[in-house]
Design a protein around this ligand. Structure first.
Ligand SMILES: [Fe+2]
Ligand SMILES: [Fe+2]
Length: 143
């Protein structure tokens, strides 16, 4: 399997996790409850929209690179506990950031600098999501 094939495969893995993240945020936004979570709920719905945008960008890029975008949804986590939901979201964001850093490296090693640029843009948004969730959880640093 060539490196482009491997790259497309990993782009599809990232796409599956974007679908999952979008669903997870929609569900968590509905399930979070309590006055201290009002602002967090808005933030989670904003994240859901951004994960949707990431999914669209990845899907189009996979097709453009000659692949077939997956329709598989990765694992969605949920809980009946507010803080646990936020911890699940934070872990998913840390994983996403690490996934995109690896994909940027791979893209640029293949001189696909345009694809690398797109992935850097997505990574920056994921980093913002990490920061938002760390603040919502009252932690300074989870990594
Ligand atoms: Fe995302
Ligand atoms: Fe995110």
């Amino acid at each position: 399997m060539g490196s482009l094939d491997q790259f497309i495969k990993l782009m599809n893995v990232a796409l599956s996790w974007e679908y999952a993240a979008m669903i997870q945020y929609i569900q968590h936004a509905s399930m979070l409850t309590g006055p201290e979570y009002v602002a967090v709920i808005d933030e989670e719905l904003q994240h859901a929209q951004e994960e949707f945008n990431h999914a669209v960008r990845l899907s189009d890029k996979i097709q453009h690179l000659g692949g077939i975008p997956t329709v598989v949804v990765a694992e969605v986590k949920t809980s009946l506990d507010n803080a646990e939901m936020l911890r699940q979201d934070l872990q998913a964001e840390i994983d996403a950031l690490n996934r995109y850093r690896k994909l940027v490296e791979m893209a640029e090693a293949m001189h696909l600098y345009d694809v690398g640029q797109m992935l850097r843009e997505i990574a920056l948004v994921e980093e913002d999501h990490v920061i938002n969730l760390e603040k919502a959880l009252g932690i300074l640093r989870a990594r």
